[in-house]
Each structure stands twice: as C-alpha cells, then as structure tokens.
Design a protein around this ligand. Sequence first.
Ligand code: UDP
Length: 350
Amino acid sequence: MSAKKIFIMGVNGFIGSSLAWKILNKTDWEIVGMDLSDNKIPNCLKFEKFKFYQKNILTDKEWIEEQIAQCDVVVPLIAIATPRLYVQDPLRIYELDYEANVEIVKLCAKYDKRIVFPSTSEVYGMCPDENFDEYTSPLVLGSIGKERWIYSCIKQMLDRVIWAYGKHKGLKFTLFRPFNFIGPKLDDIKASKEGSSRVLTQFAHNIINGKSIKLVDGGLQKRSFTFIDDGIECLLKILENKNGCADGKIFNIGNPYMEFSIKELADMLIELFGEYPEYIDCAKNAKVEVVSSKDYYGEGYQDVSRRMPSIKHAEDVLGWKPTTDLRTALKLTLDYHLLGKDYELEQFAK
Ligand code: UDP
C-alpha cells in the first residue's frame, strides 16, 4: 500500500477519532489532524505518524491552506449534525457546515487534491423510495418554515458543488453518506442536555440520570442504525481507493439489517441497562413519555419517518458489508459508558 498523507479536519470528532485510530493501527499512512480539542484521541497522539494541531476552521485559514497543499487526501469532518441545532441556530449551520466547508472544496480543486467528503443520509429527506439509492433517489425537503431542512439542503448543495467540480474541473472526490452512526464516542453522555445530542446518547443519559425518555411523536419513526466500526471499515476502503474504484462515486454507508423504530431502540436500551449489576435500578425505574415534536424541537422541526439505505454500491464496488447487530452495538456503547471498556483499544491491544 503506497504511503499516504491524510489531512483529517475534525479529527477529535465521533467519526474522525475512530477513523484516525484505525488508520494508525492498520496502515502506514501519515495523518495530520486538526480540531478544537483532543480529548477523544489520547491514544492516537502516541503515534509518530500522527500530528495533531489545535486549530479553528473559521480562523486558521492560512494554516489550513498550507496543509491542503502538502497532503494527498483531505477528509473534512467539521460540521454540526444535531437536529435540535438545525432548528435553533440555522445560520450557524450555514456558516460552519456550508461556508467554511465550500472553501475547503475550492482549495482541494486549486491544489489538485483528492477530497473524501461527508455527505449525509439527511440529503434524502422525506424520499418516498423503499431503499435510498445514491444516484437515482429524489432528495425531498420540506417548506422554508421547517428550518430542520437547512442542514440537508446545505449538504445537498455541497454534494452538487463537489460533483460539478469533479465533472468540469477534474476534482478527485468521493462522497459518503452515513446513516445514523452510533457508538461509544457519539456525543457526550454526561452533558446531554435534553435535545442537544443524537437519540441514543440522549436516551442513555436520561436512563442514567433518572429522567424520563422522550419519544418524539410516539417513536414509531424508524432509523437504520450503523455501528461506527462498520462505518469506519467502509471509509478505510474508500480511502484505500483500490485501482481508483471510489473516484467520482457516492456511497451510502448504512446498515439495512439494523432498522428499528425509536421506541424499539428505547425498549432495547432499557433492557440492556438491566444487564449491568450497578444499573439494574436505573433500568427498573426508567420511564418513557410521549412528547410532540412541536414541544420537543419547536415549530421548525419536521421528522423523517423512515430512512433505509441501499448499500449495493458499497457492496459491489468496495466489497463492504456491515456485520454488527444492534444489540452488540448498544452493548459496546454501554460497556464504554458504564464500565469504561473501550472496544477500539481492545481491538489492537496485542
Ligand atoms: N428522538 C426522540 N427522542 C429524543 C431524541 C430524538 O424520540 O430524545 C427522535 C427524533 O425525533 C428522530 C429520531 O429520534 O425521529 C432520531 O433522532 P436523532 O437526533 O438521533 O437524528 P436524526 O436521525 O433525526 O438525524
């Protein structure tokens, strides 16, 4: 495998930290990582081929340009992806997720660098297809007053800009669309103020702290959850890019075998808490409450009732398939939060 230098922006995030860890352990690639802090990557910092810099995408522009000029591949993972914030602070989403990131796309085009960019399963919006296909499914958003869609709309625009740079200016790119990645380092379970994090972390936080779980509009809406480790394996194949197989392509990274309603997720999580002796009481006392989306998120929210990926392209082109079931994914996440066990460290312990 030829040596690569990868510039990961947002390396301390959920995807960035897992990706860096796996690259460092499984390849000979070098990583330059930037983020606002480094609390999720203490073990990456021990590798000589990993260089971390505390930098801000909004202010350290010259430094960022230098890194892009010097690396082989850019993975820009800096973005806010929490629905509550789409509704509360849509302009912050626009400035960070769009304005700051489109600059990175332009720099990749300027320096002729490959970009591996995170699109999102949100781009499909309220798509009526059974399975969302990267190239043929329509991307269906709600009205302007439903501010939730700003994130989806911004990401779609970035997809289209990158696609156009690829077609008309020769930009080397791959777009990937994560479907509800879950795992230990998703959001901060201790600081999960109601509505401030993704559903799994929120539920776990509420169970631990004796607060009732809120099922928005009854919790019948479904998601296809994907365990982070499966997602990272796919990303590794994209970065590896054997014979250029991922160039100019879009890949859903999701797990069609892990579709559950939000209510089912809540039930399974409560049941699993009961398997940890110190948390049996939390499981017994867990309460579930139905709330309306209007009360929980505000007027600007609109939900997605189902989000099911087709992963045919990832299977055919990359030879990738997810293997982790929901029970295992939840157990590994709870082991981390309740027992301090980190499966990522254990994977490469020998
Ligand atoms: N949700 C919920 N209770 C919560 C948080 C989220 O019922 O405390 C629902 C939310 O309305 C959505 C689903 O769980 O239907 C997944 O929400 P998440 O924030 O994880 O992200 P999304 O998949 O909507 O991008």
